[in-house]
Design a protein around this ligand. Structure first.
Ligand SMILES: Cc1cc2nc3c(=O)[nH]c(=O)nc-3n(C[C@H](O)[C@H](O)[C@H](O)COP(=O)(O)O)c2cc1C
Length: 182
């Protein structure tokens, strides 16, 4: 395996949630891209970031838009993830959504979404890192869609074989973990 293939393999072993980041283009039309490179950044102020490839069709609109929304996908939304990971001109017709406070699309069925004001885009090699300040938070019931090594799955949580709710010998539930900001 070459150095770059090993790097990809190693990164693929990092499991993540899946989001579709949406915005409006210069003509006010909805755009979106499936993004797993998403993270919370700061609690005070509430900041998030996502990384978008420079060669993505939506790159310039996602980095240049004054606002964006991050839709956190539910376990049942792998089709939505795939729809926004390839060319699909019907994707905003086939997937139910409503406009957020400033018109940016929020998809039905997501377990969470945040609407953000774009702060800035930073160079990140062949990707751009987009920072946003959270202005609206939406929550709904459901379990997250998980992505790792090129495949989708669900979060097993307490039903996973061998699941332990606390390190051996620690109190359960661990208060420090429950009160942690992340
Ligand atoms: C699960 C999953 C996660 C992805 N995460 C990212 C990501 O974090 N950043 C990125 O630039 N592309 C990511 N992609 C790839 C883009 O979604 C894909 O290239 C998409 O076609 C880009 O759309 P566009 O070229 O129409 O903008 C991901 C794809 C999948 C299926």
């Amino acid at each position: 395996m070459t150095g770059s293939a090993r790097f990809r393999e190693a990164m693929g072993r990092f499991a993540s949630g899946v989001t579709v980041v949406t915005a409006l283009d210069g003509a006010g039309l909805p755009i979106g891209c499936t993004i797993s490179a998403f993270s919370s950044l700061s609690l005070t102020p509430p900041l998030v970031l996502f990384c978008v490839g420079r060669d993505r069709f939506s790159h310039d609109d996602l980095t240049g838009s004054a606002r964006f929304a991050v839709n956190v996908l539910a376990e049942s939304q792998a089709d939505l993830a795939l729809s926004f990971a390839r060319f699909d001109p019907e994707r905003f017709q086939r997937n139910a959504w409503r406009p957020g406070k400033h018109g940016v699309p929020l998809f039905t069925g997501c377990i969470a979404a945040v609407e953000c004001d774009t702060l800035r885009a930073i160079d990140g090699g062949d990707h751009s890192i987009v920072l946003g300040e959270v202005t609206e938070v939406h929550l709904a019931e459901g379990e997250p869609l998980i992505y790792s090594r090129g495949a989708f799955g669900g979060f097993l949580g307490a039903s996973a074989p061998g699941f332990v709710s606390a390190p051996a010998g620690a109190e359960s539930p661990p208060e420090w973990l429950l009160s942690a900001p992340w």
